[in-house]
Design a protein around this ligand. Structure first.
Ligand SMILES: Nc1ncnc2c1ncn2[C@@H]1O[C@H](COP(=O)(O)OP(=O)(O)O)[C@@H](O)[C@H]1O
Ligand SMILES: Cc1ncc(C[n+]2csc(CCOP(=O)(O)OP(=O)(O)O)c2C)c(N)n1
Ligand SMILES: [Mg+2]
Ligand SMILES: [Mg+2]
Ligand SMILES: [Mg+2]
Length: 335
């Protein structure tokens, strides 16, 4: 039969795994290939600390209909590497567990694997293992391993009163992209295309994470939305340090362009909601001693959006001067 008309069921699990191993050997510049196919991978981490994280992507929840199979493969690596970045780590290995429908085209399976291997090369971490199984929709579950110099890891807690709160990039564009893709008929508008690209091709901020490990007092990646991540930072601090720390965010400092606000309004979306309550921008949220701002600015772009205080709550100061407790609303599964 012709390649394009074959389904994965014509091949079966063992041969599919061999395809992954062969593709990895052919397409990856990275070492550790020899562990793919063995019972487990063995990595030398020397004197560092090991970082381990796992995130699952479900076709109907995480992949817009317009997303290609290659992009799905790339994204499952990104979402995992993003958590390594958030810890200030350097990625050292990726495990891919996939469950796929029997009727999935073999060519689509190959594209997923190509996307995974391309992303592994991009982030410089070898594919070192995984699992292949069957289900009604595509489920890609990744595990990323990373390393970080002892005691350099960035936790969600660790900041002090007076530290600044910052983000590595603009937020809300992926959210805008998901909305645009819901009823998409093509566009030649630059911002619309950027938003769509953020939704379909998210990139983890691994470079920034590794700079921040020498500067930030805490960090996390923004997947469930800025407001939810701020509350997770707040909770982590309270749990660990039983402090009165609070966070103040200023609307005037948010990196939200006129064009973003206009486009949000055009599609009947509240720009502040897109900015705070959706997520999947994969930017990093971090805190920073005031005195380090100038030195950090020489190494990477970031936006200061607020500060740590001792008011024991998270507040937002609006442009008109009104101050409100920030509502905790983010992406939450099973709700
Ligand atoms: N099924 C699970 N078993 C064990 N730990 C879990 C499970 N689901 C989530 N966690 C842990 O709970 C924390 C929060 O998970 P999550 O919100 O998915 O984090 P993230 O947004 O960084 O991916 C993480 O430390 C994660 O490892
Ligand atoms: C089709 C589609 N609709 C909406 C979204 C937006 N979305 C899906 S899950 C999610 C939150 C992040 O995913 P989650 O599985 O919670 O990742 P984690 O918090 O574990 O990093 C967002 C913003 C999407 N990715 N795809
Ligand atoms: Mg997770
Ligand atoms: Mg995270
Ligand atoms: Mg989540």
């Amino acid at each position: 039969m012709e390649y394009k008309s074959l389904n994965v069921s014509a091949i079966g699990e063992k041969e599919l795994i061999n395809r992954i191993i062969n593709k990895n050997n052919m397409n990856s510049n990275l070492s550790f290939k020899n562990y793919l196919g063995d019972d487990a991978a063995v990595l030398n981490i020397n004197t560092n600390h090991l970082i381990a994280t796992s995130d699952m992507q479900i076709q109907s929840l995480h992949f817009p209909k317009q997303m290609s199979h290659f992009q799905m493969g790339f994204k499952v690596v990104t979402v995992n590497v993003s958590d390594i970045a958030a810890m200030g780590g350097e990625p050292i290995g990726f495990l891919l567990s996939m469950a796929i429908p029997k009727m999935l085209k073999l060519s689509d399976f190959d594209e997923i694997v190509d996307g995974v291997i391309y992303a592994c090369n991009y982030y410089n971490l070898p594919l070192i293992g995984g699992d292949t199984n069957e289900s009604d929709e595509i489920i890609l579950s990744g595990t990323a391993l990373g390393k970080v110099d002892k005691n350099k890891q960035l936790l969600k807690s660790g900041f002090k009163n007076g530290d600044l709160v910052a983000i590595t990039g603009k937020l809300g564009l992926a959210a805008l992209g998901f909305e645009l893709l819901n009823e998409f008929h093509g566009t030649d508008n630059d911002l619309e295309n950027l938003a769509i690209s953020k939704a379909l091709n998210p990139i983890a901020k691994i470079h920034e994470g590794q700079i921040l490990k020498n500067f930030a007092s805490s960090a996390t990646d923004i997947t469930d939305g800025l407001s939810e991540e701020l509350y997770e930072v707040f909770d982590a601090d309270h749990l660990k340090h039983s402090s009165n720390h609070g966070i103040k965010i200023y609307e005037s400092k948010l990196p939200m362009g006129e064009d973003f606000i206009k486009l949000s309004n055009k599609i009947n979306q509240n720009p502040l909601k897109l900015f705070f309550n959706v997520g999947e921008d994969f930017e990093l949220l971090f805190t920073l001693d005031k005195n380090l701002v100038d030195d950090l600015a020489k190494l990477m772009d970031f936006y200061v959006i607020g500060e740590i205080n001792d008011l024991n709550k998270i507040e937002i100061v609006y442009l008109n001067g009104d101050v409100e407790t920030l509502s905790r609303k983010g992406y939450e599964h099973l709700k």
